[in-house]
Design a protein around this ligand. Structure first.
Ligand code: TRP
Length: 366
């Protein structure tokens, strides 16, 4: 059984089941066509990496009226890994295509309340993570960072309006929190609701929110959607991604896990990336070269291949790799090397942009 809360993701995830359980809508062919004709092509959509949504059609209509903004966020408790980056790469693509504002929340309060880390450690990660987000290339003119504790004066008056409509039992039901959780944890979701309507408050004009996020954040936004209409705002639309599998991939019980595997961080150097992929990426290859050549590998359980589905945009290249791996022409180590090169090509440039980002913080922080 998979458990999905914003704090714990384990087990084998059945995404169609999640669509049903969470009451999401699948991005079907009709919507995919509409998105592609309006925004252009994205492998994140084409490959169903972003696979579900709420009210996305409505968001597109609001965009035509120039009312749309994007909202996403980062919980700063450690280094940024490729799983985070994947969601934000798509968010950047959306911002470029929609040419709209992006409100980016850094939930230092959340991570302080939920993790066994000091306030100072969380502040350090907030700073570090902001650099990675900037380096991903968001439009500096149209991107606004909100840091929960720093922007408390702006956000708290709105958060209490949410909190007043939210009961302890709502929060218990949505997140499985209980009597032994600290009171900050019970309150926190009110803070995550705020950016979904803050631009409407700031601009004194009804704005419409679209939230790209990984599926684990959905419980927050189910509550947000229930509550903010009571404050006079539209329910936010959202678009959900599946998870980038952890490097360990298939566990001994045959389940895919995203939380137990080693991660690739955006600050890893080329050598570290190679070492991690070679050592930890679960392989769908055969035990010996002879066997592999004869029987071929299994790309469907091979983590290096699965990662290329997320990061190799070229369908033709990907298909070729798939076919060659399956036929045994491509060995596991060779497949891994393709991924290593792909990641390092991105990371080397990212790390240069990250250096430059150090002078750009003021431009991004609201
Ligand atoms: N709670 C998220 C995390 O732990 C951070 C976050 C805040 C977020 N607001 C968001 C993520 C909006 C996606 C969309 O990482």
């Amino acid at each position: 059984m998979a458990t999905i809360t914003p704090w714990e993701v384990k087990g084998n995830i059945d995404y169609d089941r999640l669509i049903k359980d969470f009451g999401l809508s699948k991005i079907d062919n009709k919507l995919l066509k509409e998105l592609t004709s309006k925004l252009g092509d994205s492998h994140f959509l084409r490959r169903e990496i972003f696979f579900a949504h709420r009210d996305l059609e409505k968001a597109l209509k609001e965009h035509e009226k120039e009312n749309l903004f994007l909202y996403t966020g980062c919980g700063p408790s450690g280094p940024i890994h490729m799983g985070h980056a994947m969601v934000w790469m798509f968010t950047k693509w959306l911002q470029d295509k929609l040419d709209c504002e992006l409100w980016f929340q850094f939930t230092d309060d959340e991570k302080f309340l939920f993790k066994d880390k000091t306030y100072d450690e969380i502040q350090k990660w907030t700073h570090e993570n902001m650099l990675d987000v900037i380096a991903l290339g968001f439009n500096p003119e149209k991107t606004h960072f909100l840091i929960d504790t720093k922007h408390a004066g702006l956000m708290y008056p709105e958060a209490i309006k949410v909190a007043k409509k939210l009961t302890f039992s709502n929060v218990k039901g949505a997140f499985g929190l209980g009597n032994n959780n600290n009171v900050g944890q019970i309150f926190y979701t009110a803070m995550q609701a705020v950016p979904a309507f803050l631009p409407s408050v700031i601009y004194k004009k009804k704005m419409f929110c679209l939230i790209p996020h990984a599926i684990d954040q959905d419980p927050h936004f189910r509550l947000t959607r229930d509550i903010i209409p009571k404050l006079g705002y539209d329910k936010p639309a959202s678009i959900q991604s599946r998870f980038l599998p952890g490097l360990a991939g298939m566990q001994s019980d045959g389940k895919m896990s995203s939380s137990t595997g080693q991660a690739i961080y955006l600050t890893d150097d080329a050598k570290t990336v190679r070492k991690k992929i070679m050592k930890y990426a679960f392989s769908g290859g055969k035990d010996t070269v002879e066997e592999h050549r004869k029987l071929g590998g299994n790309p469907d359980i091979d983590v290096a291949f699965q990662w290329l589905v997320f990061f190799e945009e070229d369908d033709k290249k990907l298909q070729e790799i798939y076919d060659n791996y399956k036929s045994g022409k491509l060995l596991s180590g060779e497949l891994k090397q393709i991924l290593v090169d792909k990641l390092n090509e991105f990371l080397v440039e990212h790390q240069k942009r990250r250096e430059k980002a150090k002078t750009m913080l003021d431009k991004f922080i609201y």
